[in-house]
Unconditional design. Structure first.
Length: 393
């Protein structure tokens, strides 16, 4: 697909409808430049027999997918005349019907952090409505119709637009992002007893029954996205491998292993509680909490873990660039990736909470940030610490 590299804010207009409810159904979605109102892309497709609400969600998903593929760097506002969908996506209403929950979950996974959902009257959503009706009437070819990127710049000549981007010092991406769906493993007996549990160098416990149930629930929650997942990668540690096996069974993926996303090695502290470490190693614990370079005996420092995790991430992105990868990992590696994505100092990981079997999503693309001249890897946080039990569905 084409890319609209200088657009930093977009509007998604989406609609869907059924002739019969349920009956023959279709959706329409439009992607617009939020600042100029220019249409960047549009889609209208039939979806067989479905209800109005299913068609509306399918329109939303199609619109968010266009935004992710064409303008991954842009903030997003969604406008729909469906009060139900807007309120559910905003988290104010719950989704109670089982057939709707996977659709809401898929839409939530595609929406960038900070996405705004706005209800509009039907007369202000005529474009998307027309696209759906044209699809039902056989007047539209399936697939995304991308408008000319140069024309979408209005009166700006390409050279002028390029000069303006250079002046701002910003060169956004032109390729699809690489999206990592980061899943923390389920609980083990060490987790429930609040014991330090590191990588391969410690006791290496497996999931308990509760942990397996947690991961199974997360896998089922992610199952509507199975066709979008290109790979499933796990840390080599037992609890992540067992979690990945459950996810792989549901998502239809074989498990690959990346050592770089293994948990921090705690050395002499592995299998001990915080209180026990405080009693036996008070000076070492104080140093560990105050110095990112300090490592407990036989263990790793936060700084060394950061280097290992980021190197592993880079290998994953190199192998699966432009694709979607589920990565099953641990508390510390996922927090490292979040801090890096947000440009936060490494000690920000002390201020994060990450639940067992939770889902965190980060998209990566290559671009040149402001006041820099070299292209590098950039990140966009899309979801943090989400679970089937606490995300509105």
């Amino acid at each position: 697909m084409s890319s609209f590299a200088d657009i930093d804010a977009v509007v998604v207009e989406a609609d869907g409808g059924s002739r019969g409810n349920p009956g023959k159904a279709a959706y329409g979605a439009v992607l617009k430049d939020a600042r100029t109102g220019d249409v960047l892309a549009e889609i209208g497709e039939t979806i067989g027999i479905a209800t109005n609400n299913v068609a509306e969600y399918r329109g939303l998903i199609a619109g968010l997918r266009m935004a992710a593929e064409l303008t991954p760097q842009a903030s997003v506002e969604v406008r729909m005349d469906s009060k139900l969908v807007v309120e559910q996506m905003s988290g104010r209403w719950q989704v109670k019907h089982p057939s709707m929950k996977p659709l809401q979950a898929e839409a939530a996974s595609l929406a960038p952090a900070g996405t705004i959902f706005t209800w509009v009257p039907r007369e202000q959503n005529k474009h998307a409505d027309r696209l759906g009706n044209e699809a039902l009437d056989g007047k539209r070819d399936p697939g995304v119709h991308v408008h000319d990127a140069t024309a979408a710049l209005g009166e700006k000549a390409p050279a002028k637009a390029k000069a303006e981007r250079a002046e701002r010092g910003w060169s956004p991406p032109g390729e699809p992002p690489t999206t990592l769906i980061l899943v923390r493993h389920g609980v083990t007996d060490h987790t429930t007893r609040k014991l330090f549990s590191g990588g391969l160098g410690g006791a290496n416990p497996g999931l308990n029954d509760e942990g397996r149930a947690q991961v199974r629930a997360t896998a089922e929650w992610l199952s509507p996205m199975a066709e979008q997942v290109d790979a499933l990668i796990s840390s080599p540690v037992r609890r992540t491998r067992e979690s990945a096996d459950i996810l792989g069974e549901v998502l239809g993926q074989q498990v690959l292993v990346e050592d770089g996303v293994a948990e921090m090695e705690f050395g002499d502290w592995d299998g001990l509680s915080f209180a026990e470490i405080q009693e036996k190693f008070p000076d070492e614990l104080s140093s560990w909490l105050g110095d990112l370079e300090y490592a407990p005996g036989g263990g790793e420092s936060f700084r060394s873990v950061e280097g290992r995790v980021l190197a592993g991430r880079d290998r994953i992105i190199e192998a699966w660039e432009g694709r979607t990868v589920v990565v099953v990992s641990h508390v510390t590696p996922i927090k490292v990736l979040v801090a890096d994505a947000l440009g936060a100092p490494l000690d920000a990981l002390f201020k994060m909470e990450l639940s067992p079997a939770s889902v965190t999503v980060i998209s990566y693309f290559r671009g040149t940030p402001p006041r820099e001249t070299e292209e590098r890897l950039l990140a966009s946080m899309r979801l943090f610490n989400a679970r089937p039990t606490d995300v509105p569905l």
